[in-house]
Design a binder for this molecule. Structure first.
Ligand SMILES: [Zn+2]
Ligand SMILES: [Zn+2]
Length: 152
């Protein structure tokens, strides 16, 4: 959350959900991540996985976040398998600002039949608005190299 949000007591909805302080049922929770169903599912299975600590978006991340991202991704794969979906046929990804809806990093875990063609597009990796883990890692690596280059 930003300082302004804290001062104005504007709670981040995903921070509150991950904390378990809303009626939203958590599918999974540990010290670092929480998972819950998307309120407006795009497919048969549509889960969101968030870090418990507030991370704004893919834009504010660094390579230090990669282990956390990998953990979120692995949990997404486990949850898809538990639900009978083939992870290879599923859509795991992150929306890139300004195409994200909530300013708290969330991994979409979308499996099974999509509810509409528009939704297919919204959760299609390789688009400028939706990145999978591999693309995000590449972006973070590139950002680090640029920063290291700038320091030389
Ligand atoms: Zn938050
Ligand atoms: Zn999103």
């Amino acid at each position: 959350m930003t300082i302004i949000d804290r001062i104005l007591c504007r709670p981040c909805i995903f921070c509150v959900i991950a904390d378990g302080s809303t009626p939203t049922r958590l599918i999974y929770k540990d010290d670092e991540i929480a998972a819950f169903n998307d309120i407006n599912p795009a497919a048969e299975t549509h889960i969101l996985i968030v870090p418990i600590d507030h991370v704004k978006s893919v834009k504010t991340m660094t390579t230090d976040h990669i282990p956390l991202l990998e953990k979120m991704h692995q949990k997404g794969i486990d949850l898809l398998k538990e639900r009978g979906h083939d992870p290879e046929q599923s859509r795991l990804g992150f929306h890139v600002p300004p195409f994200n809806t909530v300013d708290h990093l969330h991994l979409h875990v979308v499996g099974g039949v999509m509810k509409s063609n528009f939704r297919k597009l919204k959760y299609e990796t390789g688009r400028m608005w939706y990145m999978d883990l591999t693309q995000l890692q590449a972006t973070l690596d590139k950002k680090r190299r640029l920063q290291e280059g700038a320091r030389l």
